[in-house]
Design a protein around this ligand. Structure first.
Ligand SMILES: Nc1ncnc2c1ncn2[C@@H]1O[C@H](COP(=O)(O)OP(=O)(O)OP(=O)(O)O)[C@@H](O)[C@H]1O
Ligand SMILES: [Mg+2]
Length: 238
């Protein structure tokens, strides 16, 4: 069954503090969305609000037409929305496999674990290693793989490539693309590199100071790089 996450007129922040205002987007099964914006624009806050980790002040968040905006975070996760946060949040004292099992929400599934190892063979090789013994890239893979074993319908990735060397970035991005294609999962990716976002996403949102400055197709943005230049100075699209 197709899944649809719909965010309408979302205004959100921390307590009374408003960070993002009037944000609108939809992520459906098989769809890839990119979220761009300068540091501090409100990208992470937007996703945090979607999963209930930041305060929704106005607007609605629905999953398949059901309002989820007042549900606690774990209920949103069970309903099929998974966030890989910008802080990798892996458990350093647990092994790779234990970290992955922690992503199963109490629903053990060998199949899901094997699928994650299939997507990230490096993690299979290191399944008995402690989380703290992994490189930055491996930790990032583990964070994505852990979300994957929960078999979400909608996957929200907050800068999964941050801080990684170019070759590892390419490798992880290829895996993310393969994974979304194979699972048909709906995916929203936050990433600073415009070319990566345009190569990944069908639809793109650009945030600046908590407002949405652009929402449209990657194709249209590719043809109008001046939108990026004028708004957030993200530079020319190659
Ligand atoms: N827990 C918090 N409490 C109060 N303000 C916060 C909190 N987290 C973030 N902010 C503020 O909200 C604003 C937006 O932050 P956010 O992390 O959403 O930006 P971002 O677009 O993800 O930036 P980056 O590219 O650096 O990750 C910033 O001004 C930040 O200081
Ligand atoms: Mg962020």
């Amino acid at each position: 069954m197709a899944t649809e996450l719909r965010v309408e007129h979302l205004t959100a922040g921390y307590g009374m503090l408003e960070i993002v205002r009037d944000i609108n987007f939809t992520v459906r099964t098989g769809q890839r969305i990119g979220l761009l914006g300068r540091n501090g624009a409100g990208k992470s806050t937007t996703l945090a609000a979607v999963v209930g980790l930041a305060q929704r002040q106005q607007g609605t968040i629905t999953l398949n037409g059901q309002d989820i905006s007042t549900k606690p975070t774990y209920r949103r996760a069970r309903a099929g929305i998974s966030l890989v946060p910008q802080a990798r949040d892996i458990f350093p004292s647990l092994t790779v496999e234990e970290n992955l099992l922690a992503g199963l929400n109490g629903r053990p599934s060998r199949e899901a674990l094997e699928f994650a190892f299939g997507m990230f063979p490096r993690l299979r090789d290191r399944r008995a290693n402690g989380g703290s013994q992994l490189s930055g890239g491996e930790q990032q893979m583990l964070a994505v793989a852990r979300a994957l074993v929960g078999q979400p319908q909608i996957l929200l990735l907050d800068e999964p490539l941050e801080g990684l060397a170019p070759q590892i970035r390419d490798e992880l991005m290829d895996t993310i693309i393969q994974m979304t294609t194979r699972t048909g999962i709906g995916c929203l990716l936050i990433e600073q590199d415009v070319d990566v976002v345009l190569g990944f996403a069908d639809q793109v949102l650009v945030l600046e100071n908590g407002r949405c400055l652009y929402a449209g197709t990657s194709e249209a943005l590719r043809k109008s790089p001046e939108i990026l230049e004028q708004t957030i100075g993200l530079g020319k699209v190659q």
